[in-house]
Design a protein around this ligand. Sequence first.
Ligand code: NAP
Length: 269
Amino acid sequence: MRYYVLDRGDQLSIELSERFHKLAAKYGFELDAESPEIVVSIGGDGTMLHAFHTFIDHIPDLAFVGIHTGHLGFYADWKADELEELVKFMAGESSDSMEHHPKIVKYPLVDLEINTKSGTSHYTALNEFTLKGVDGTTVVAQVDINDEIFEMFRGDGICISTPSGSTAYNKALGGAMVHPTIEALQIAEIASINNRVYRTLGSSMMLPKHHHCDIHSRKPQRLQLTIDHLNLSIDDLISIRCQVSKVRVSFARYRPYPFWNRVRQSFLG
Ligand code: NAP
């Protein structure tokens, strides 16, 4: 098996990473930074975002596995003390029935086409995309759905999340928890201004994979765009097209992963 490991850089993650390499050598795995079959992320869900963007050009060809050094996460579903067990599963040495063929689960992503006066760029988000005003300025943007004007947004910003990102920033905005296999994107408002003059829907909404949403800048404004942990600051935005990506990201599951249990454990205790 060709593998690669990315860790968060803290002491425990580095130690786990070193232990993983030793165990991997014992089982004959091949370290491959160029074309790994499995990318192991050690740290937290945030580390998985880094791993995803590091291998953004190889997403269809590999699967991710996450180890969490703290509490269990959503992408990182193995704990630090389960490292040996995980490597045994990966090597097919466990007695569990899923051992030789991990279940590959595929989650939808969001594609972004950002059009500015200086050109067009493309990004893909694992968690979400956000658009906000720099220094707390009010964003003014026209939101179109399937090429028809939907609303004129005024407020702090807009968040477009993937289903697996619904438990991240989207949740803090009051968006719905979405099972990560549902092929849709979610649009959530960040503190919209609503009064007699300005009106937005005021609740989050979900678009299916064959729909798209365009956000048009409607005043000269400096905007901060985030794609997961990545940040861009631009002042010449024309529009952004958001849609469910044709590419899905794969996660290798060596044991069952009940999403709703994880939601309950993470948020309800
Ligand atoms: P960070 O500020 O260091 O961490 C953000 C937190 O979000 C971490 O606790 C992380 O978990 C958690 N997280 C990441 N992906 C998640 C997911 N899919 N479901 C549930 N929790 C998740 O930032 P970062 O590590 O660079 O991560 C960037 C992410 O932060 C963004 O994609 C955004 O979703 C999130 N964020 C959230 C808010 C908010 O909730 N108000 C505001 C800004 C950004 P771990 O501890 O396991 O890494």
